[in-house]
Design a protein around this ligand. Structure first.
Ligand SMILES: [Zn+2]
Length: 108
């Protein structure tokens, strides 16, 4: 009767979720990656574009990456939808990955 019926409850549960990937819309994904707290950029260029300072990074509202530099993706975002380009503290990027384009930045 009592042959380890409670094993399921007593055992530490294994990490789940890796096998169940749900397709969600970009905003839901972004929320999952961690809330963003936009801050004022350290500086702005002559054209009004933000310029990050120490410990700041660029992100977009729905992107799954953060940008430690002014790469082509950031520049494109600024051109297409400047309101969607945010500055946050590097510690606030949540689960976002580092942008690979930022390895070859076109600015900073
Ligand atoms: Zn980038």
């Amino acid at each position: 009767m009592d042959r380890q019926m409670l094993d399921e409850d007593l055992m530490p549960s294994r990490p789940k979720g890796a096998t169940k990937r749900h397709i969600k819309n970009a905003h839901a994904r972004a929320a999952e990656l961690g809330a963003l707290t936009p801050i004022e950029p350290a500086a702005r260029r002559a054209d009004g574009s933000p310029r990050i300072g120490r410990d700041q990074v660029y992100v977009t509202r729905t992107g799954e990456v953060f940008h430690p530099a002014w790469c082509s993706a950031v520049a494109d975002k600024w051109d297409a939808q400047p309101d969607g380009l945010l500055i946050v503290m590097a510690r606030d990027v949540g689960a976002r990955r580092e942008c690979r384009l930022c390895e070859n930045p076109i600015g900073n």
